[in-house]
Design a binder for this molecule. Structure first.
Ligand SMILES: [Fe+2]
Length: 299
């Protein structure tokens, strides 16, 4: 019998192959029935109480709700899903010290909502990417996603081309899936919410991950201030940014933000958080400088 780690490796390799080829991946029935029901129940009061969006990007017959980790605790399970994290780590971690949560957002398309214009989510960060990924999106289906009710449309292979804002809707593929399934797609993949031509709303939850040194779409520290984040599991605290991104990025008073979460307000020393290669380079530089200052010591 294969070890669990090996099975995950095989799964991850297969997932990455699909993503690299098509720019998106459908994963069916990730959530069990209990998880599906809990997720829908936790979201419902927030979706019901939130006014509709205003804008050609957010939509006019759409309701969106952010900051879901505290509003709908089942979203913590989505954000920490091992298969999705493994994909995000594999595609993003080579370009950063650690990945981070970019956003959590519920999106409900009401009947009559028109199709969204095709776009790439990585457009929010300017500059060339050299073909590297900055963002991995996971759209979780809370209700069934159908062609008729506005399933996310994906342009397969579009991650290898320039964004074509005139892309024909008919060239996009509807990511149809049952509630509890997920559609993973790259930040460089052209996509859009479909039109809801059905009489019922279509609801999904977007969870996205980005490079640890980018500005996140959702301000995680406002969404989850100290009193809120303190109650989260440690791996979630780190994922939303309460951690040091080496070297020395994102600290608090020069120290690991986890100390702040734990309630320490006392003055303390700034303490280096360096990657091993930078630490070795600094050590080497100081040794060389010492030898130059005192050649006799060099033997
Ligand atoms: Fe998008």
């Amino acid at each position: 019998m294969d070890a669990p780690g090996k099975i995950i490796d095989v799964q991850l390799a297969a997932d990455l192959k699909v993503l690299e080829g098509d720019g998106y991946l459908l994963v069916s029935d990730v959530l069990n029935a209990h998880e599906r029901i809990m997720l829908a129940q936790e979201l419902e009061p927030w979706l019901a109480a939130t006014p509709r969006c205003q804008g050609d990007f957010y939509g006019w017959r759409t309701t969106r709700v952010g900051g879901l980790l505290s509003k709908a605790p089942m979203v913590q399970r989505l954000a920490l899903d091992r298969r999705m994290l493994a994909i995000a780590e594999a595609l993003l971690a080579p370009a950063c010290d650690c990945i981070q949560l970019n956003l959590t957002q519920a999106a409900r398309l009401h009947p009559g909502e028109r199709a969204q214009a095709p776009h790439r989510d990585e457009e929010m960060w300017p500059g060339a990417t050299d073909g590297r990924q900055r963002l991995i999106n996971v759209m979780w289906a809370v209700s069934d996603f159908t062609e008729e009710n506005g399933a996310t449309r994906i342009w397969p292979g579009s991650h290898r081309a320039r964004l074509d804002r005139g892309a024909e809707l008919s060239e996009g593929v509807a990511a149809t899936m049952r509630a509890g399934s997920a559609c993973v797609f790259l930040g460089s993949t052209t996509h859009a919410a479909g039109a809801n031509r059905s009489p019922a709303p279509r609801t999904g939850v977007i969870v996205s991950y980005c490079l640890g040194w980018l500005k996140t779409y959702e301000n995680q520290f406002l969404a989850y201030p100290r009193a809120t984040a303190r109650c989260f599991p440690a791996d979630l605290q780190r994922l939303i940014g309460y951690r040091m991104h080496r070297p020395n990025l994102g600290g608090w008073e020069g120290r690991d933000p986890l100390e702040y979460l734990e309630g320490s307000d006392a003055p303390g020393a700034h303490i280096d958080a360096l990657t091993p290669d930078i630490a070795a380079q600094l050590e080497s530089w100081y040794k060389k400088a010492e030898r130059a200052a005192d050649p006799a010591e060099d033997g």
